[in-house]
Design a protein around this ligand. Structure first.
Ligand SMILES: *[C@@H]1O[C@H](CO)[C@@H](O)[C@H](O)[C@H]1NC(C)=O
Ligand SMILES: *[C@@H]1O[C@H](CO)[C@@H](O)[C@H](O)[C@H]1NC(C)=O
Ligand SMILES: *[C@@H]1O[C@H](CO)[C@@H](O)[C@H](O)[C@H]1NC(C)=O
Ligand SMILES: *[C@@H]1O[C@H](CO)[C@@H](O)[C@H](O)[C@H]1NC(C)=O
Ligand SMILES: *[C@@H]1O[C@H](CO)[C@@H](O)[C@H](O)[C@H]1NC(C)=O
Ligand SMILES: *[C@@H]1O[C@H](CO)[C@@H](O)[C@H](O)[C@H]1NC(C)=O
Ligand SMILES: *[C@@H]1O[C@H](CO)[C@@H](O)[C@H](O)[C@H]1NC(C)=O
Ligand SMILES: *[C@@H]1O[C@H](CO)[C@@H](O)[C@H](O)[C@H]1NC(C)=O
Ligand SMILES: *[C@@H]1O[C@H](CO)[C@@H](O)[C@H](O)[C@H]1NC(C)=O
Ligand SMILES: *[C@@H]1O[C@H](CO)[C@@H](O)[C@H](O)[C@H]1NC(C)=O
Ligand SMILES: *[C@@H]1O[C@H](CO)[C@@H](O)[C@H](O)[C@H]1NC(C)=O
Ligand SMILES: *[C@@H]1O[C@H](CO)[C@@H](O)[C@H](O)[C@H]1NC(C)=O
Ligand SMILES: [Cu+2]
Length: 564
């Protein structure tokens, strides 16, 4: 179970008249979805895992490889898995979001995903993409440089994946189901974890705290995945600066910093030099929370322990992280990320745009028929993009599109907010209520797309990490207040914008992204704060076939999980 078998495929290409042979490996994994008992923070619960581990197994491959993952569901409910940040060229069939590209893999059945790597290099991750199952069903994807190539930085002595996650004492399936029924906010996480362990600051946790042993004077590469459900995160290591060298599976210009801000959905590759006094140092992950809504305020820790003969202090050194609501610190770090943009790692940011979409991102409300909601406000919290709160269909949109089924989704996702107001000003006179719908935005193959996400102050102003499937995109601009479509584009960075897959829309601000729609398929777009996604902060981009078979969707595999 879970073994990594390997094969080899040879791809022959004619380049400039020369026959070139590229070797790409094929890897095979079995992922068995099974319940397992875990004890954390003084209580034991049974939860769904892959192969009984939390976090789940790491997938390792090289740039350009293909990975087949046979997901065998021995649990009690349907699940899907998403390969977060993997572009899956022409292959939306294996992308995974529930009822967007497939129906769930029913309990007692299996389905094999074909995960096709292309330009990605660095760290990505996989996670369940149905209900809230991703809380416990997730793991890292390590993508090494292609054979014969190296990192654009000195090769580290060792590498370690660091998976940040949430811990709920209750059952996550019950938490989201109850919340949707009653309209009440879902229960908060009870704590956070680093590689599955909460660490010394939580009750009953210090015996099992995750420990990373380091040798003096060696450099380590941490591949950090943020799998937290509902909060963004500050992370740092006491007395050690970090050098961030990649984000979301693409290298960046190295950033020297004492902390990072990483959103749910993002991944960062970080070097640190073990060159301080031999001792014990905490690494810590705590929430970055910029709104007035109450939040689970606690800190996960792990310990960096130097090898050697010395007397460790009774308590390890603790890092200084920004205050939980330090927006400036969060933005300063986020805005310092720049792509390498050199000859070896060029960028391909569109300079002229074919299609522009302006999306207002809001937390709203829905009425409760017959006062059926169990909330103080009497209504139900919802979320929307351009005032459409996404309603999940019962047949996947990919199948409906491919087979031309009617009445599953509409093709009229609005290009701009249905009405304009001062999005980031006083909104006390603006209706909180949103429409609901299952709407997709159709895009022609090859179009250069710009999307500007506009935060709003409805119900609760806060930042949103917005993820797009099927692509990575360039972040060309960001700012506070309302986007000005005349002046703001003049300040865009078209020289070295970061290429990422999950972008932080700042609280009461905007962010602009660009990409070329060169991947035909059905691609989910959503906030990666799980409760916001559950409330409807989602939509779908459908990129049509191009004119050749190489620019068209692949046919579906012979078996797809059936919709019920
Ligand atoms: C988890 O623990 C419960 C109670 O002790 C037990 O009944 C159950 O079989 C365990 N489940 C697994 C998967 O080990
Ligand atoms: C289910 O698993 C079996 C055994 O590993 C495998 O042969 C089969 O191809 C899998 N089916 C699907 C649809 O992935
Ligand atoms: C672990 O926690 C217990 C109780 O909270 C405490 O008595 C013990 O000293 C702690 N051990 C370490 C190594 O911190
Ligand atoms: C640390 O490593 C550097 C470079 O490898 C070496 O020059 C230096 O002597 C080392 N220092 C110690 C104290 O080992
Ligand atoms: C750590 O980085 C900060 C911010 O770049 C810098 O001010 C500080 O001097 C660095 N500290 C060390 C020990 O390198
Ligand atoms: C430790 O390594 C960092 C990063 O290479 C460097 O900036 C710093 O000066 C080093 N500190 C010591 C005490 O050698
Ligand atoms: C969060 O918890 C820390 C540590 O207990 C405490 O110092 C801080 O005041 C808390 N912050 C908030 C906003 O509750
Ligand atoms: C560790 O250091 C102490 C004090 O310097 C010394 O007595 C002891 O022999 C050392 N132990 C080892 C294994 O080197
Ligand atoms: C929008 O509201 C903000 C915050 O109150 C204010 O600074 C800004 O001037 C307003 N913009 C417009 C166009 O009214
Ligand atoms: C710019 O925004 C205004 C509304 O503020 C809108 O009427 C206009 O069409 C937009 N222009 C472009 C080029 O998008
Ligand atoms: C796109 O192209 C593929 C491959 O040629 C074809 O099977 C499919 O029917 C085309 N249309 C759509 C909507 O996928
Ligand atoms: C997805 O569709 C299936 C039916 O095919 C349905 O049972 C399930 O509830 C749907 N999921 C969601 C989140 O609506
Ligand atoms: Cu959000």
């Amino acid at each position: 179970m879970g073994q990594n078998k390997m094969g080899l495929i040879l791809v022959f290409l004619f380049l400039d008249g020369l026959l070139v042979c590229l070797a790409a490996d094929v890897h095979y994994y079995d992922f068995v979805l099974q319940e397992a008992n875990f004890t954390r923070m003084c209580s034991t619960k049974s939860m769904l895992t892959v192969n009984g581990s939390f976090p789940g197994p790491t997938i390792q491959a090289r740039k350009g490889d293909t990975i087949f993952v046979n997901v065998i569901n021995q649990g009690t409910y349907g699940v899907t898995i998403h390969w977060h940040g993997v572009k899956q060229p022409r292959n939306p069939w294996s992308d995974g979001p529930e009822n967007i590209t497939q129906c769930p893999i029913a309990a007692g059945t299996n389905f094999t995903y074909e995960v096709i790597l292309s330009t990605e290099e660095g760290t990505l991750w996989w996670h369940a993409h149905s209900d809230w199952t991703r809380a416990t069903v997730h793991g890292a994807i390590v993508i090494l440089p292609a054979a014969g190539t190296t990192y654009p930085f000195p090769t580290p002595y060792k590498e370690q994946t660091i998976v940040l996650a949430s811990w709920f004492k209750g059952d996550v399936m019950a938490i989201i189901t109850t919340s949707i029924e009653t309209g009440a906010d879902p229960a908060h996480e009870d704590g956070y974890t680093i590689n599955g362990e909460p660490g010394d600051l939580y009750d009953c946790s210090n015996e099992t705290t995750y420990r990373l042993s380091v040798e003096y004077n060696k450099t380590y590469l941490l591949r950090i995945v943020n799998a937290v459900m509902n909060e963004e995160t500050f992370f740092g290591i006491a007395n050690h600066n970090l050098t961030v060298v990649a984000q979301d599976g693409a290298y960046i210009k190295p950033i020297n910093t004492s902390y990072i801000m990483i959103t749910p959905g993002q991944t960062m590759d970080v070097l640190f030099a073990a060159n301080q006094t031999l001792s014990h140092y905490y690494m810590a992950a705590s929430p970055y929370h910029d709104s007035v809504v109450t939040f689970p305020n606690s800190t996960a820790t792990a310990i960096v322990e130097y090898e050697g003969n010395y007397t460790a202090p009774s308590s390890p050194f603790f890092p200084t992280l920004p205050a939980y609501n330090d927006i400036e610190a969060a933005q300063k770090f986020t805005n310092s990320v720049k792509s390498l943009a050199n000859e070896e790692y060029p960028i391909n940011v569109p300079e002229t745009i074919d299609t522009r979409i302006y999306i207002a991102v809001s937390i709203n409300a829905l009425t409760c028929p017959n006062s059926s909601c169990d909330t103080a406000t009497g209504d139900k919290t919802a979320a929307s993009l351009n005032n459409v709160s996404f309603a999940t269909p019962q047949i996947d949109i990919l199948q409906a599109y491919y087979r031309g089924l009617n009445n599953v989704f509409d093709q009229d996702f609005p290009n701009e907010p249905p009405f304009f107001y001062n999005f980031t000003g006083d909104v006390s006179n603006v209706s909180l209520y949103t429409a609901q719908g299952t709407k997709a935005r159709m895009i022609d193959y090859g179009e250069a797309v710009e999307i500007v996400y506009q935060g709003t102050n409805l119900r609760a102003a806060m930042s949103h990490p917005i993820h797009l499937h099927g692509f990575s995109f360039y972040v060309v601009g960001t700012g506070s207040g309302n986007f000005n479509n005349v002046t703001d584009p003049t300040n865009y960075n078209l020289v070295d914008p970061p290429e990422i897959n999950t972008v932080n829309l700042p609280k009461s601000g905007w962010v602009a992204i660009r990409f070329v729609a060169d991947n035909p398929g059905v691609w989910f777009l959503h906030c990666h704060i799980e409760r916001h996604a559950s409330w409807g902060m989602d939509t779908v981009l459908i990129v049509k076939n191009g004119t050749t078979s190489d620019t068209s969707m692949l046919p579906p595999p012979s078996y797809m999980p059936p919709c019920s």
